[in-house]
Design a protein around this ligand. Structure first.
Ligand SMILES: [Zn+2]
Length: 444
C-alpha cells in the first residue's frame, strides 16, 4: 500500500542518514551544570518545534507534556519552556553553526544547488533583516532608535524602540535556498560593518568557492566590500543607487548619449515588461578607488490591464535600475546581469519573506531573558553568562528551515505526488507525533 502521509520516523531516517542529525545533537552544550534534560534534547525539542511550525515556546511546552515528542527527543521526563529558556540562554553557538555548515556542505555534495545555476555559476545573496522590536523589553545587546508615534489623542510622541537586526547570506539560485551564515549587528554599528564581518568569516566556514556570485544591495556598493569580494575570489552584482553619486551620475550621463544596447519584451503572467538595457565597462568605481567597473542600466515599462469602473484599461509605469558588477560581458550578457540584479528571489517561498511570514522568525522567543546560568569570572564573582538565546534560536530555526525545504523539494515523493505545500508537510509530521502510541521508541 502506498503511504498516505509523512511520518516522523521516515523524516528522521532521512535526517540521520543524510545529515547525521542525532550525532550533531550529541555535540550540543550549554552553560548549565549537570542538567537533567540534556542540551541534545533541548536542541531536538526546538528543532522539531520549528519543523512542526509551532508558533511559540508555550506551544512547544504543551507538545512536550501532551504528545510523544518528549520520548522522540530522548528526554527522560516532560519539561517546561522555562527549561528551554534557561538552557538556550547559555547555549554554545559553535556546534549549532557547525551543524548548519555541515548541512549546507552535504546539500551541495548531494547536488541540491545544481538546479538553477546561472551560466553554470552558484549565486548567493546578502541581506539584512530585523528580527524583533519592542518598546518595553530590552537586553544588553539591543540596538536602539528613536521612533515618532501618535498617542491616543493624536499627538506626536518620541519613544525609544529596542530591536535586533542581522545580516544573512543565503543561496538563491536553486529551488532549495538555505542560509549559509548569519551575523548580528552590535549596538552602535552599521549593517555594512556586520556584513564585512560575515563576508570575512564565510571562507573560513565553507572555503571561498562554495558559491561564485554574490548579490548585494546598494548599501554595500563600497570599496571595502568590493575588495573583500575580489579577495575571496567571488564576483558581485550590486544595486547602484544615488548614494554612490559619482558612479551613478557618470553612468547616467554616458547612457543618455546613446541608444540602448539591447531591447526586448518580456511577458510575465498578465504583465508585460518592455525592457531597454545599457551596458558599459571601465567606469571608475569612486574617485578614491578609480578601479574600472562594469555598469548595467535597465529602463522598463510595465504594461498592465486593470479594471477601472468595470472597464478594462491599460496602465503603464516606468522603472529604472542600475547595477555595478565584476562579471565579464562575454560570459554574462547584459540580460543575465538584469536577471541577477532583480531581487526576484525575495518574493519566493523560501527566502527571508518566508521566514518572517511562516516561520515565527519575528517572535521574541528568548529576548531579554534575565534568568540565566551563572559562571565565576576572573574577579571570583558569580555573574550570569552572556545571553546567546536569540542567536541560538535563530540558528536552530535556520537549520530546520534548510532541512525542511530540502526534504519537501528534493526528497519527498508524497509532496510531489500530492502537490503538498511545505506547511502541509509540517502538519503531517506534527500529526504523527500527536497520534502515535507511546510504545514506539525514537531511533538510538
Ligand atoms: Zn535585545
Amino acid at each position: 500500500m502506498k503511504e498516505r502521509a509523512h511520518s516522523l520516523p521516515s523524516f528522521s531516517v532521512w535526517l540521520n542518514k543524510g545529515f547525521h542529525l542525532r550525532t550533531h545533537a550529541g555535540q550540543m552544550s550549554d552553560a548549565r551544570t549537570d542538567p537533567e534534560i540534556s542540551p541534545s534534547s533541548v536542541f531536538l525539542a526546538l528543532f522539531h518545534g520549528f519543523v512542526f511550525r509551532l508558533p511559540s515556546l508555550q506551544q512547544l511546552d504543551h507538545e512536550l507534556a501532551h504528545s510523544h515528542l518528549q520520548r522522540w527527543i530522548g528526554a527522560e521526563r516532560a519539561f517546561r519552556d522555562d527549561t528551554l529558556r534557561y538552557s538556550l540562554c547559555g547555549f554554545d553557538l559553535h556546534p549549532l553553526e557547525a551543524l548548519l555548515v555541515d548541512v549546507n556542505r552535504r546539500l551541495k555534495r548531494g547536488k541540491a544547488f545544481d538546479a538553477g545555476r546561472v551560466q553554470g555559476h552558484l549565486v548567493a545573496a546578502l541581506d539584512g533583516i530585523e528580527v524583533l522590536s519592542s518598546f518595553s523589553r530590552r537586553c544588553e545587546s539591543c540596538l536602539e532608535r528613536r521612533v515618532t508615534l501618535l498617542d491616543p489623542a493624536g499627538r506626536k510622541i518620541v519613544q525609544t524602540q529596542y530591536y535586533h537586526r542581522a545580516v544573512g547570506c543565503q543561496m538563491v539560485h536553486s529551488p532549495v535556498k538555505p542560509f549559509l551564515a548569519i551575523e548580528w549587528l552590535q549596538p552602535g554599528e552599521g549593517e555594512d560593518t556586520a556584513a564585512l564581518r560575515l563576508l570575512t568569516r564565510l571562507p573560513a566556514l565553507y572555503g571561498s568557492r562554495f558559491f561564485d556570485i554574490l548579490l548585494l544591495d546598494a548599501l554595500y556598493a563600497q570599496t571595502p566590500v568590493l575588495k573583500l569580494v575580489r579577495k575571496n575570489g567571488w564576483d558581485a552584482v550590486i544595486s547602484l543607487k544615488q548614494n554612490s553619486r559619482d558612479l551613478y551620475q557618470s553612468a547616467l550621463r554616458l547612457f543618455a548619449t546613446r541608444p540602448p544596447d539591447t531591447s526586448f519584451t518580456e511577458q510575465c503572467e498578465h504583465k508585460t515588461y518592455r525592457v531597454q538595457l545599457w551596458d558599459t565597462q571601465g567606469l571608475p568605481f569612486t574617485i578614491d578607488n578609480p578601479q574600472p567597473v562594469r555598469v548595467v542600466r535597465s529602463e522598463e515599462v510595465l504594461d498592465r490591464q486593470r479594471y477601472r469602473q468595470g472597464e478594462l484599461t491599460a496602465h503603464s509605469t516606468d522603472h529604472e535600475w542600475l547595477w555595478v558588477t565584476t562579471l565579464p560581458q562575454q560570459a554574462f550578457p547584459t540580460s543575465v546581469i538584469r536577471q541577477l540584479g532583480h531581487s526576484r528571489w525575495k518574493n519566493e517561498n523560501n527566502g527571508w519573506m518566508d521566514l518572517t511570514k511562516h516561520w515565527a522568525f519575528k517572535h521574541g522567543f528568548l529576548h531579554a531573558c534575565r534568568h540565566r546560568p551563572t559562571r565565576t569570572n576572573a574577579s571570583n564573582e558569580r555573574k550570569p553568562v552572556s545571553n546567546h538565546g536569540l542567536a541560538a534560536v535563530i540558528l536552530i530555526l535556520l537549520i530546520a528551515f534548510a532541512l525542511t525545504w530540502a526534504f519537501v523539494l528534493r526528497h519527498s515523493k508524497l509532496a510531489r505526488r500530492d502537490r503538498l505545500t511545505a506547511i502541509a508537510v509540517a502538519a503531517q509530521l506534527h500529526a504523527w507525533v500527536s497520534k502515535t502510541p507511546p510504545s514506539i521508541r525514537a531511533p538510538d
